[in-house]
Design a protein around this ligand. Structure first.
Ligand code: IMP
Ligand code: MG
Length: 183
């Protein structure tokens, strides 16, 4: 249990469970892209940095890695619903197979926006992988092709995912619990 001034982090998914799931997701993805000459793996910054680095190490495929960054929640826990691109891809994706790697699908606005943008660039195939999914929070209809874990409506941190930029370095995923809630 991590103790901050006004909240604690209660472990939800252990590092071991994450590693096992990442390995099995990588196997599924490798099968999906069997025959692809060189896959472009696209991480959504910043939350997916740890996940993408573990995922590509387990992927037995020839890959390129690229990143795109969207505007975030700022320091709040609420989705802004308006998604802007802060950093675009470096490479071209037209006619290529791409794998989009996201940390969490929450309201779905971010993924829907990124999906539409990348689709407009005409990749030959787009496959979306999300580590976490909070299906009960969805406001727009969008789905990842593969999800690591479905989780309840809780604000989580760790394994790349932050709350006000903190806790990204935790090796596990935990739920943020405000002290007022638990006292
Ligand atoms: P959406 O647009 O509401 O689906 O939000 C997607 C983005 O919000 C994710 O990529 C995360 O960066 C962030 N986010 C959503 N839920 C959480 C959470 O529980 N903890 C930290 N960040 C979150
Ligand atoms: Mg994100």
């Amino acid at each position: 249990m991590i103790n901050h001034n006004d909240y604690t982090v209660e472990p939800m998914i252990s590092a071991k469970e994450i590693a096992a799931r990442v390995e099995s997701m990588a196997k599924t993805i490798a099968k999906e892209f069997d025959g692809t000459e060189q896959l472009i793996v696209i991480g959504l910054l910043r939350g997916s940095f740890m996940f993408i680095s573990d995922l590509v190490r387990e992927l037995e495929l020839a890959v390129e890695v690229d990143f795109i960054e969207t505007s975030s929640y700022g320091d709040s826990m609420e989705s802004s619903r308006e998604v802007r691109i802060l950093k675009d891809l470096r490479g071209e994706i037209k006619g290529r197979d791409i794998l989009v790697v996201e940390d969490i699908v929450d309201t779905g606005h971010t993924l829907q926006h990124v999906k539409r943008l990348l689709e407009s660039r005409e990749p030959s195939r787009m496959y979306i992988c999300a580590l976490l999914d909070k299906p009960t929070r969805r406001e727009v209809e969008v789905k990842a092709d593969i999800v690591g874990f479905e989780i309840p409506d809780e604000f989580v941190v760790g394994y790349g995912i932050d709350y006000a930029q903190r806790n990204r370095n935790l090796p596990y995923i935990g739920a943020v619990k405000f002290k007022a809630e638990t006292e």
